[in-house]
Ligand binder design. Structure first.
Ligand code: SOE
Length: 385
C-alpha cells in the first residue's frame, strides 16, 4: 500500500460512529491501494471529542471545523454533523480542495444542495453522499437483477419507511440527540430523513422521478425544546405519503412515518416489472425476494407448477460485497453498509471511476424531497426538473 488517505471527520453522533467504523474496517476487508488513516475528528465539545478520538483511534482532534479543513495533513473531510451544518462545511472544504463525504440528506433544501453541488464540481474534488442502503448486499443484488433485465419494463414501485420512536408526546425536540425533530436543524421530518433513503434507492433502481403528489401530517404539534426547556411548535413532517410518476412510465407509492407502532427501521420496497418482481425488507436484510416470470438468459417464461417467489439468502461469494466478508451463510449487518460504501469510494479514487451517489445524484433526491413537501403544502402535483 503506497498511498495514505487521511480522514478528518466532523461530528461524533450516531453517524460519526458509523463512519468511523467504516474508516477502521475498510483496509481490513477490502484490497485497497490506500491506507486509510483516522487523522482527526472534530466537534465543539472538547471533552466529548477527546474521548471519541481515543475510543475510535483518531490521531488527533479539533474543536473548530475550519481549523480541521485548513490542516495540510487532511485529504478527506467527512461531514457527519447535523443537516444545518452541511452546506457551510462542504463549501469551505471544496474551496480548500479537499475530497468531501457528506451524510444524507445532502442539505436542508434544494437551494443549498444546488450551491454545494456547484462548489464541489467547480473544485473538481471526489465526493460521495452516504446513502448507505445502496450497499446492503441484497439491495445491490436487486440492482444487478434490474440491470440484467430480469425485472423488465417496470409498472410499479412501492416503498415504505416506517419507524415508531416519536409517538410519545413528551419526547423533546432539538439538542444533540433529537435534532432530527427540530425543523431548523433537520430541514424536514421523515421526508428528508427517511424518504430520502427510499427515493435514492428508487431512482437508482428505477430511474428518475418526474412528478409527485403528496400529503404530510404532524401528529404532535408542540414539543419541549431540549435546549430552551420551552414548549415550541413542531415544524417537521411526522408522516408523509406520496404518489410518484417515474420517467420510464411506471407509478410509485411511498409512505413514511415515525408513528407505526412496532416498526423500528422497516425500510421496504417492491418493484413489479413485466418479466419479474423484487421485494426487500431491511428488517430481514439478508434476503432478497425475487419472482421470475421470464429468464433473460434462456428467454424461457416460468409458468408451471413450480412457479413462485424465490427467497435468496444473499450471503454467497457471488453476491455483491460478500466475498470481502465471511463464508457463505454468514451474514453482515447495518454497519457493513457503511464500510462497503467507503471501500467503493476509495476504489473509485483508484480506478478513476467515481463512486455513486455523488453530490449531483443527492441533489436530485433533494429536489424530489422538496417537490414532495411543496406538493403537500399546495395539494397539487409538482413536477421535478
Ligand atoms: C432516523 O431514525 C435514522 O437514524 C436515520 O437518520 C438514518 O438515516 C436511518 O438509516 C435510520 O434511521
Amino acid at each position: 500500500m503506497s498511498k495514505t488517505l487521511n480522514v478528518g471527520l466532523i461530528g461524533y453522533g450516531f453517524m460519526g460512529r458509523a463512519h468511523s467504523n467504516a474508516f477502521r474496517q475498510a483496509n481490513k476487508f477490502f484490497p485497497l491501494e490506500h491506507q486509510v488513516v483516522l487523522k482527526a475528528c472534530c466537534a465543539r465539545n472538547e471533552e466529548k471529542i477527546k474521548a471519541f478520538a481515543a475510543n475510535w483511534g483518531y490521531e488527533s482532534y479539533e474543536t473548530d471545523w475550519r481549523k480541521l479543513i485548513a490542516r495540510k495533513d487532511i485529504d478527506v473531510i467527512d461531514i457527519g454533523s447535523p443537516n444545518n451544518t452541511h452546506k457551510e462545511i462542504a463549501l469551505e472544504a471544496a474551496k480548500a480542495g479537499k475530497m468531501v463525504l457528506c451524510e444524507k440528506p445532502l442539505a436542508m433544501n434544494t437551494a443549498e444542495a444546488e450551491e454545494m453541488t456547484a462548489a464541489i464540481e467547480k473544485a473538481g474534488v471526489p465526493n460521495m453522499v452516504w446513502f448507505n442502503y445502496r450497499r446492503v448486499p441484497a439491495i445491490s443484488l436487486a440492482k444487478q437483477l434490474v440491470d440484467e433485465g430480469r425485472v423488465g419494463k417496470t409498472f410499479h414501485y412501492r416503498a415504505c419507511y416506517l419507524q415508531d420512536w416519536t409517538i410519545a408526546e413528551d419526547v423533546p425536540q432539538g439538542g444533540a440527540t433529537l435534532w432530527r425533530l427540530d425543523v431548523d436543524v433537520a430541514g424536514s421530518g421523515v421526508t428528508g430523513d427517511l424518504l430520502a433513503h427510499s427515493i435514492d434507492t428508487a431512482m437508482w433502481l428505477n430511474g428518475p422521478i418526474v412528478e409527485v403528489s403528496a400529503a404530510t401530517e404532524t401528529f404532535v404539534k408542540e414539543r419541549m425544546h431540549a435546549e430552551t426547556g420551552k414548549m415550541q411548535s413542531v415544524g417537521i413532517d411526522d408522516a408523509c405519503m406520496f404518489l410518484a410518476r417515474f420517467a420510464n412510465g411506471s407509478l410509485g407509492t411511498f409512505e413514511s412515518t415515525r408513528y407505526a407502532r412496532g416498526r423500528k427501521n422497516f425500510n421496504t420496497f417492491e418493484m413489479n416489472g413485466v418479466d419479474g418482481s423484487v421485494y426487500f425488507d431491511l428488517e430481514d436484510p439478508q434476503y432478497l425476494d425475487f419472482f421470475e416470470y421470464k429468464n433473460p438468459e434462456t428467454g424461457k417464461k416460468c409458468e408451471d407448477h413450480l412457479t413462485g417467489w424465490r427467497r435468496i439468502h444473499v450471503t454467497n461469494f457471488e453476491h455483491p460485497y460478500m466475498k470481502n466478508w465471511w463464508v457463505p451463510g454468514c451474514t453482515t449487518g447495518y454497519e457493513h453498509t457503511f464500510t462497503n460504501a467507503f471501500a467503493d469510494f476509495v476504489r473509485g479514487l483508484e480506478t478513476g471511476k467515481p463512486v455513486q451517489p455523488d453530490f449531483r445524484a443527492a441533489l436530485q433526491t433533494q429536489k424530489v424531497c422538496d417537490a414532495v413537501l411543496n406538493s403537500a403544502k399546495t395539494k397539487a402535483w409538482v413536477t421535478i426538473k
